[in-house]
Design a protein around this ligand. Structure first.
Ligand code: PNS
Length: 167
């Protein structure tokens, strides 16, 4: 059973529809997915790891397929703790490829039992990233259809402004 348990790691700062699209795609391939939220406080995330986990749980619910966990240190060590062999990563464009390729091969070097599979999100999310979500939000642009309303609410409260996009 664990052979079909995947880990989908990331910063998820914050979660957006590209992430949710990937989680949905996992349902037809795996028996379960652990969403591994990186504890990267040194990168000064907008949301703490607990907040990011709560936002993900709010969206994916608890239907026995998804589990939300945090991790620090090496991803391959987290894989061992989860007893999972497959890392899922999203590939949006060629620009993602080099970084993802390096990570996949380094992870396989560190733990030869671990394989990385790449899933492509829906085309309409192929330009979406958490970095751009934060930038557009800060500058008052619309994120309709790109970020769950609940996440927009959390961003508005954190950044202290109207979540509709106007200042
Ligand atoms: O969503 P992100 O920020 O692109 O996710 C990056 C993540 C969390 C997958 C990557 O930074 C990671 O795995 N970090 C854990 C540390 C680690 O294992 N580093 C070596 C990877 S080759």
């Amino acid at each position: 059973m664990n052979g079909r348990l995947a880990v989908y790691p990331g910063s998820f700062d914050p979660l957006h529809h590209g992430h949710l699209d990937l989680i949905e795609r996992c349902r037809s391939i795996f028996d379960g997915v652990v969403i591994g939220v990186l504890e990267n406080e040194e990168k000064q995330p907008l949301f703490s790891v607990e907040e990011r986990m709560a936002m993900i749980r709010e969206m994916v619910g608890d239907d026995g397929f998804c589990r939300v966990e945090s991790f620090s240190g090496l991803l391959v060590d987290f894989m061992d703790r989860m007893r999972a062999k497959t890392i899922v990563r999203g590939l949006r464009a060629i620009s993602d490829f080099e970084y993802e390729f390096q990570m996949a091969l380094m992870n396989r070097h560190l733990n030869p039992r671990v394989e990385t599979v790449f899933l492509m999100p829906k085309e309409e999310y192929s330009y979406l990233s958490s970095r751009l979500v934060k930038e557009v939000f800060r500058l008052g642009g619309s994120l309709d259809g790109l970020v769950p309303p609940s996440v927009l609410g959390h961003m508005a409260r954190r950044l202290g402004r109207d979540e509709a996009g106007s200042d």
